[in-house]
Design a protein around this ligand. Structure first.
Ligand SMILES: Cc1cc2nc3c(=O)[nH]c(=O)nc-3n(C[C@H](O)[C@H](O)[C@H](O)COP(=O)(O)O)c2cc1C
Length: 325
């Protein structure tokens, strides 16, 4: 299968593993790239640019295939050392960067000069068009179903993807709710050139997270996520747990008037406790509705091979069969 995205990133299969805080370490990125997809290291999970440089080196020891780094531009006053992270990416010879969050325009010239291709994650058509206009090479279009930050427009992928296809010239992948061969075929049918998965890749053998996290995803249904921080216009889709219930109660009580400090206990610095220690009620952690479609913790290669086989079977069998009937 050769949609434009495979050529753009020099990968075998049109499947990307999106950046994930405290999940996107070298082990997972290398496993995805070795299986023919595009693995992505999460830049800001590494506390300093030096640590990111080291993580890039570790990944390169585990794969000779292309892999990327995610750089999330956070809407906060004291920004991380972005120039330092970009230097680490360029010096580490990484050729693909997934940007997310705020507009990455300011950082593009340095990365483009170094021959880096940029895929920007967007939750709306207008942001996707902006990404195209500032020179991004591709877009990851993230629907309302997605784990993490779906934005505030609440447009699911069945509408968002064909709308993106109507407007964009650069290639885009479908993100949010993608799990299997059916997702890939649907994404291609709606105009995308591949798919980006987050939650699905957490429930894999190679994902360097605690077993409890994988089990929680496998056990969850499509009804088990909640949207938090709506009142702050910083909505995040997370798996429901006692911390999330507590946080939502605080949001309801404050009717949007709470200063963010009031919910810090549930969201600040909780990822290491959840992802590393497996303390599942320690706080809120991103998870997509797609958990309802995840029933095992496959090896990454098995998962990717299964997706590609299933997609081909659907196209050649089920869909072609309708034409013959
Ligand atoms: C645990 C977790 C952490 C995430 N952290 C980030 C992040 O740091 N930066 C980012 O751009 N996206 C992040 N995402 C979003 C994913 O890259 C991806 O866009 C999203 O998971 C796609 O939706 P899906 O989970 O339905 O596949 C995260 C997602 C999850 C599940």
């Amino acid at each position: 299968m050769k949609p434009r995205i495979t050529e753009l990133f020099n990968i075998e299969h049109p499947i990307i593993q999106g950046g994930m805080h405290y999940v996107g370490f070298a082990e997972l990125a290398a496993a995805v790239s070795n299986a023919g997809g595009l693995g992505i290291i999460t830049g800001l999970t590494q506390r300093t640019p030096e640590l990111l440089a080291n993580e890039i080196r570790r990944c390169r020891e585990m794969t000779d295939k292309p892999f990327g780094v995610n750089l999330t531009f956070l809407p906060i006053v004291t920004a991380p050392d972005y120039p330092g992270y970009i230097r680490a990416i360029i010096d580490g010879g990484v050729r693909i960067v997934e940007t997310a969050g705020n507009n990455p325009q300011k950082w593009l010239p340095a990365m483009h000069e170094a021959g880096i291709r940029i895929i920007h994650k967007c939750t709306s058509v207008r942001h996707s068009l902006k990404a195209e206009s500032i020179g991004c090479d591709a877009v990851s279009v993230d629907g309302f179903e997605c784990g993490g930050h779906p934005g505030e427009d609440d447009v699911p992928n069945f509408i968002l993807l064909p709308r993106a296809a109507e407007e964009l010239k650069i290639p885009f992948v479908a993100s949010g709710g993608m799990a299997d061969g059916r997702s890939l075929v649907a994404a291609l049918a709606l105009g995308a050139e591949g798919m980006n998965m987050g939650t699905r890749f957490i429930a894999t053998r190679e994902a360097p997270v605690h077993e409890n996290v994988k089990q929680a995803i496998v056990a969850a249904s499509e009804l088990d996520t909640r949207l938090i921080m709506r009142s702050l216009r910083n909505t995040e889709r997370v798996l429901r747990n006692s911390a999330v219930d507590r946080l939502l109660e605080k949001e309801r009580e404050s009717a949007g008037a709470n200063p963010p400090e009031d919910i810090m206990g549930e969201v600040a610095g909780v990822y290491p406790r959840i992802m590393k220690e497996g303390t599942m009620d320690a706080g809120a952690w991103s998870c997509g509705m797609v958990a309802g479609l995840i029933h095992d913790d496959a090896w990454v290669r098995e998962l990717i091979d299964r997706i590609m086989r299933e997609a081909e079977d659907i196209i050649r069998g089920r869909l072609a069969g309708f034409l013959l009937a």
